[in-house]
Design a protein around this ligand. Structure first.
Ligand SMILES: *Cc1c(COP(=O)(O)O)cnc(C)c1O
Length: 379
């Protein structure tokens, strides 16, 4: 084992690809302290700035006092509470589906949902840029895995034509807003292909929830396609400023997962304080639409200003990837940002494909124009 570990770590160092942890000692919205020095954070997923919202903190505190620090066990034991049911009803309504189901994290949701619903003899079609949790879910399922070129519907249709009939059930999975590129999936075309080739369709709205759509429910809402989706998942840890994940689906699928999904069953339920914050975050998305409006305006302004400087960004969202290709350059750019008081982490293989290293700026509600202008000039 030691040899394997040394080899791996040495290779990571050689490739400028070693990861290390950076402890943040305090946080005030986008202002963070590292080693007694203040930085503006451009790497968080707290897109709406809800993690520090006074109402969130108040709601969490109340739940701590009422229920204690722990859920005390799996929801199938005595870890369930009325808070989960309130949140699941809210999710179902928000996503316009029959039912909602809460998971401990987006990672556990994807791994659990996909590996429970797909079996040997089934086939799953994934976008090449799918999040690791989606890939791991398929690998755990023993279903056949096929990957189509990013957002390439022609490639997907070719694979469907060739492979679909050889398998019992087929599932197509895509993110609605892609986490590392910030672009949109062609949801309408995915729906058409799903119907044409008799598949199920699952969408991961981790980076769209709270931001897109009239009510902030996501890109599926914005495009009016919730009826056509079999499974819509998303997280509370990104724009919703809290922690955990949800699935919106039919009642039947929910019952099935409660009975069979191992990441749901064999794990202590999220603490009541977290669930209370999740409920509050959904109320805030409803009550304070100005947050998502400002965020999308900021993103538009930012991309237009970069274009004027000759930097073209392909993103459709608040996620701004600046692809530099090689790991060394990504690290250099990230260090340059840090010297100037901005935390912008480099993103490297295997998070993104080899040769596509980048820095990735996550814009949030709390990034003000003067800060944006400064970082733009630096770029
Ligand atoms: C972050 C993310 C997840 C995982 O969610 P967590 O709650 O952080 O575990 C799943 N899918 C996508 C697309 C993500 O970006």
């Amino acid at each position: 084992m030691d040899n394997l570990i040394d080899e791996f770590l040495n290779k990571r160092i050689e490739d400028n690809n070693l990861r290390t942890l950076i402890p943040i000692s305090s946080r005030n919205n986008v202002k963070i302290i590292i080693n007694n020095k203040e930085y503006i954070d451009f790497s968080s997923n707290d897109y709406l700035g809800l993690s520090s919202h006074p109402e969130m903190i108040e709601r969490g505190k109340k739940a701590y006092e009422k229920y204690g620090a722990s859920s005390t066990g799996s929801r199938l034991l005595s870890g369930d509470s009325d808070l989960f049911h309130e949140l699941e009803d809210k999710i179902a309504e928000f996503k316009n589906k029959e039912a909602g189901l809460i998971f401990n994290s987006g990672y556990q949701a994807n791994v659990g949902i996909i590996s429970t619903l797909c079996e040997k003899g089934d086939i799953v079609f994934l976008d090449k840029l799918s999040h690791a949790s989606i890939i791991d879910g398929v690998l755990l399922s023993s279903a056949k895995l096929m990957r189509f070129k990013h957002n390439d519907m022609e490639h997907l249709e070719n694979l469907l034509k060739k492979e679909r009939s050889k398998y019992r059930d087929a599932l197509i999975i895509s993110e609605s807003i892609f986490s590392m590129d910030g672009d949109k999936a062609p949801l309408k075309e995915l729906v058409d292909l799903k119907n044409k080739y008799n598949c199920h369709l699952m969408v991961d709205e981790a980076h769209a929830t709270g931001i897109f759509g009239k009510n902030g429910a996501g890109l599926v809402e914005e495009e009016g396609l919730s009826d056509q989706m079999d499974l819509i998942m998303g997280t509370f840890g990104k724009a919703l400023g809290s922690f955990g994940a949800y699935l919106a689906c039919s009642d039947k699928i929910k019952q099935f997962l409660i009975n069979k999904c191992r990441s749901f069953i064999y794990s202590t339920a999220l603490p009541p304080s977290v669930i209370a914050c999740n409920i509050k975050s959904m109320e805030l998305v409803k009550k304070e639409p100005f947050r998502r409006k400002k965020l999308l305006e900021t993103a538009k302004f930012f991309k237009e200003s970069l274009l004027q400087k000759g930097i073209k960004i392909k993103s459709d969202s608040q996620i701004i990837p600046i692809v530099v290709g090689d790991n060394k350059n990504a690290i250099k750019l990230s260090n340059k940002m840090k010297e100037n008081g901005f935390l912008v982490m480099p993103i490297r293989y295997p998070t993104v494909p080899k040769g596509k290293a980048r820095i990735r700026l996550s814009l949030t509600y709390n990034h003000e124009n003067d800060v944006l202008k400064k970082i733009m000039n630096l770029l």
